[in-house]
Design a protein around this ligand. Structure first.
Ligand code: NAD
Length: 496
């Protein structure tokens, strides 16, 4: 069994009150990790260590090139340890082999891209337009926002930790990151890597715990910024807590993304795309395409191919490389999904496929749900509420204007997609969607150079892209005067 200690001030330590939590394998329910749970005192020590590191000369002296070197070294170490990380990610989060491999690749390439961006970023720049000859030179200076508290969910443990820690190192901030109680292992491996590549002690601290640990972090007055990924419900609570000391916020929250299939789409591709959009990681992805809008001209043919292809998705144990969809994370999540399925049935929606638990053999050791599809309307609960499971609601529409209206009928705005062979038409629909990422003839793919985040109640701010760096920076305007005689400074006369 793996032991997950607290990573505070560059060292792995036992919890001061000795409390532990046992983390279980998603597919088998077997104990795989013993986690040291931080006491209130440990949490304070972690924040103080991040605070001390932020003001230390050592971290101030780490210029952008040195910080870029750390990011590149982390990327290399992730690649070196990829087999071990993949194995733990599969056990800890129920990721399939293919998903775990993609996650490790994505985390490594994110650190590499960020390293390049960090090296090239202009931390000081003169604004030629604002500056006036013989009057003033005006500069923007970008400064790290300070000590951060970062909180991540359980669905993409390594990638979420990478997206949080990357910009902290890039900008010269420091952090206490709290990984999810359900999936602490790969963030802990990342802590080992961070220690190994020589990031100064205290710059990155990693602890694990539940809501109470997260709350203590968010409420700590030494924290300047909270970076949170999780549900909209918890995001709302964090906004309230952060208001006490006006902490800066980045919130990556829930979604109910619309996947729009227009009449002229490549039908076979759109069917596979629609399945990939809502079944990837058993639907436990924030950007899942869980509202599938299909134009009436192809509706019947689409549904026929969709029901044929959905039956071909292999549900199985995650470590089998041929598995397309594994279990959901745990019993709580299983109950939540089954409740939503039952509610939708009770509401009279037509069940097109699935709608039940898979049982027998290896299925009995984990929580496996059949890929599930209903025909729904905006009157159904699952039109509006995020399930976070392998469940899609399908709706027929007539015109593209109606599709846009339906797609935007949500409190969320994280992502969406349009499938069509007519590029102009697809672009026009895409540009009307209230969503932070819109794919055309694609789904789920992300680019570390481009921003990711939500419109509306899907969040605030962006991760990745240059926007993700700015989220961890304050801007300081430096005004250097060229009016060096008292006669020139007529504005002083306002008080004389
Ligand atoms: P969650 O909101 O329950 O928990 C997320 C994290 O917050 C966990 O680490 C948890 O311990 C912590 N937490 C819970 N209550 C807290 C509180 N009161 N104060 C501080 N921290 C608290 O979410 P989850 O069930 O772990 O993850 C699923 C959710 O995450 C979904 O809604 C999903 O859409 C969202 N998500 C969003 C993105 C994105 O980029 N937008 C990515 C992944 C997941």
């Amino acid at each position: 069994m793996k032991e997950i200690k607290l990573f505070i001030n560059g060292e792995f330590k036992n919890s001061s009150h000795g409390a532990k939590h046992i983390s279980k394998d998603s597919a088998r329910g077997e104990a795989i990790a013993s986690i040291h749970l931080p006491s209130e005192e440990d949490i304070e020590r972690a924040v103080e260590s991040a605070h001390k590191a932020f003001y230390s000369q050592e971290w101030k002296d780490c210029d952008q090139n040195k910080r870029a070197d750390f990011l590149l070294a982390i990327s290399e170490k992730i690649k070196e340890r990829k087999n071990e990380i993949i194995e733990w990610e599969i056990k800890d989060s129920g990721s399939t082999v293919r998903k775990a491999k993609a996650d490790v690749h994505n985390a490594a390439s994110y650190f590499k891209v960020l390293s390049k961006v960090t090296r090239q970023f202009q931390f000081t720049e003169k604004d030629e337009q604002a500056s006036r000859e013989s009057f003033s030179e005006n500069f923007r200076e970008y400064a790290p926002v300070g000590v951060c508290a970062q909180i991540i969910p359980w669905n993409f443990p390594l990638v979420m930790a990478a997206w949080k820690i990357g910009p902290v190192i890039a900008t010269g901030c420091t952090t206490v990151l709290k990984s999810a109680l359900e999936t602490p292992i790969t963030a802990n491996i990342l802590a080992e890597i961070i220690q190994e590549v020589g990031v100064p002690a205290g710059v990155v601290n990693i602890i694990t715990g539940g809501a109470a640990v997260g709350e203590l972090l968010v409420n700590n007055p030494l924290i300047s910024k909270v970076g949170f990924t999780g549900s909209t419900e918890v995001g709302r609570k964090i906004m309230k807590s952060a208001s006490g000391t006006v902490k800066k916020l980045s919130l990556e929250l829930g979604g109910k993304s619309a996947n729009i299939i227009l009449d002229d789409a490549d039908l076979n591709m759109a069917v596979d795309g629609a399945l990939y959009a809502f079944l990837y990681h058993s639907g436990q992805a924030c950007d899942s395409g869980t509202r599938l809008l299909v134009q009436e001209g192809i509706y019947n043919e689409f549904i026929q191919k969709f029901t044929q292809r959905i039956a071909e998705v292999k549900v199985g144990v995650p470590e089998d490389p041929t598995t397309g969809m594994g279990p959901v994370i745990n019993e709580n999540q299983y109950n939540r999904i089954i409740d939503y399925i039952q509610t939708t049935k009770n509401e009279g929606a037509k069940l097109i496929y699935g709608g039940e638990r898979l049982v027998g053999g290896a299925f009995d050791k984990g929580y496996y749900i059949k890929p599930t599809a209903f025909e729904i309307t905006p009157d159904n609960t699952i039109w509006h509420e995020e399930i976070f499971g392998p469940v899609v609601g399908i709706t027929k529409f007539q015109t593209k204007e109606e599709a846009v209206e339906l797609a935007n009928n949500s409190i969320y705005g994280l992502a969406g997609a349009v499938w069509s062979k007519d590029e102009q038409k697809a672009r026009s629909v895409a540009s009307q969607l209230e969503a932070g990422t819109v794919w055309i003839n694609e789904y789920h793919l992300l680019n570390p150079g481009m921003p990711f985040g939500g419109f509306k109640q899907s969040g605030q701010g962006r991760e990745m892209g240059i926007e993700g760096l700015h989220a961890y920076l304050e801007v300081r305007h430096i005004w250097r005067s060229d009016c060096n005689s008292r006669e020139q400074k007529q504005w002083f006369d306002a008080i004389f």
